[in-house]
Design a protein around this ligand. Structure first.
Ligand SMILES: [Zn+2]
Length: 219
């Protein structure tokens, strides 16, 4: 995708997140991995309504350089360390959607309870091991990238979700699946009535999504 297209799609997705209530105020952030392996990321404390494609900044994945005149998101270390750990990830969204944030306050992983979780997330949504304030940028980044492991969504304890994917559309969908899973988990968790999907079926679901979904010959 061309640079300008990437920048515009980031802003479009910011506005989408706002319109569906997944972010409030200036919280939340989006990044995309560029072809040169650096990331384009949203800005710190700028309202999405006035943020323009050309305002976004580039941060190198070694963390040494920021290209652009504005300040990148304060959570850039979360994005940067995930891209460094996972070459398969090309877009990251951190939002504050309500049910996932509620689950992050419970501080337990969300088990694989709906099939979309197997396909998009790879199974359960893990959670960071302890509360880390957002101002502790490096520590928060390291902890979040570690907790994410091989999954495509993670809960930052007492904060909110970070979702990942191969492109921005898939990542937004992952945010929506995470929110749906958290809603169902919270509504059923009080009496443990949600049944977890067996581990083998979780693996099969992920394999189906990556290798077969949309490619079947249904004749
Ligand atoms: Zn946040």
């Amino acid at each position: 995708m061309e640079e300008q297209e990437i920048r515009k799609s980031i802003i479009d997705n910011c506005l989408r997140l706002k319109s569906i209530g997944f972010v409030t105020g200036t919280w939340g952030n989006i990044s995309v991995r560029r072809n040169d392996n650096n990331m384009i990321i949203t800005l710190s404390r700028i309202d999405y309504d006035i943020m323009k494609p050309e305002d976004l900044v580039i941060v190198t994945l070694d963390g040494k350089e920021t290209i652009g005149t504005n300040n990148p998101s304060s959570e850039r270390e979360v994005h940067r360390l995930i891209y460094n750990a996972r070459v398969d990830i090309h877009a990251i969204i951190h939002c504050h959607s309500q049910y996932v944030t509620a689950a992050a306050a419970i501080g337990a992983p969300i088990p694989a309870i709906i099939e979309e979780m197997c396909q998009l997330i790879g199974g359960e949504i893990p959670v960071t091991t302890r509360f880390i304030p957002s101002s502790h940028h490096s520590e928060l980044g390291e902890e979040t990238a570690n907790a994410l492991g091989n999954m495509n969504a993670v809960l930052i304890r007492n904060h909110g979700p970070v979702c990942c994917g191969r492109d921005l559309n898939e990542t937004l969908l992952t945010c929506q699946v995470a929110e749906k899973a958290a809603m169902i988990y919270i509504h059923t968790n009080h009496n443990n009535s949600a049944k977890e999907i067996p581990a083998e079926a979780v693996r099969d679901g992920r394999d189906y999504y990556l290798n077969k979904y949309g490619k079947e010959n249904l004749k």
